[in-house]
Design a binder for this molecule. Sequence first.
Ligand SMILES: [Zn+2]
Length: 246
Amino acid sequence: MPKHWIPLTCGALAVFLVSCSVSGPKTAPSSSGRDVWGHRPGPKGFKTVILDAGHGGKDSGAVSRFTGQKEKDLTLDMVRRVRAELGGGFRVVMMRDDDTFVDLDDRVLRANRYGDAVLVSIHFNSGPSHVAGPETYYWRVDSHGLAVRCQQAMSAVSPEETANRGMVRRRLRLTRNPEIPCLLLECGYLSNPREAQLAANAGYRQKLAKAIAGAIRTQSAIGDAGTGPLPKPINAPPSRPTDAPE
Ligand SMILES: [Zn+2]
């Protein structure tokens, strides 16, 4: 309808002009932005970080039988620490900043409101009691570099006996469906007696948060440099609720 068409055009023009004046010709453009598939190198120069505290509200996530701690509380604590560690250099968006339930698909929709951003979802793991160590889940090619950095940073903090579970390329709703680079970090196993005690220690969580923030900062500064060859693109549809649990 013409009545609607004219204001929309003006709006689009205004957005164009604003973005030109904000970026300016001398500022290096970020290599982030929205992309449905993510078949591209990792981002560099991004200034927005979306931190997602896993679970929340009615969804406690894993509960440690050793410490009684709930995953939803630890993830919220972790994202707050990462936010503080990132300092003023980034615009940090919190997917939740209290004990509320947010559906996974809503988390994806919220993340997709931002173009030039990365999404980092933080979790703690659960499994057989002998299994321990941090893990990083990713899917998109443009998330590989940041995944390498985060996994290296977390395993450097993790004591040797809990080792390094490495990177897992898995199509989850929070690793495939966002249109921006995105990761899901498992900071350790609450089902392992030693790692549950570590997770219960605020000093250890602070070290992990500092490591994750450092990895994000490095990715923004130098992009994928030094993170090895990119994985092959995989054409797979968005993940559904019936896919592997997150
Ligand atoms: Zn979880």
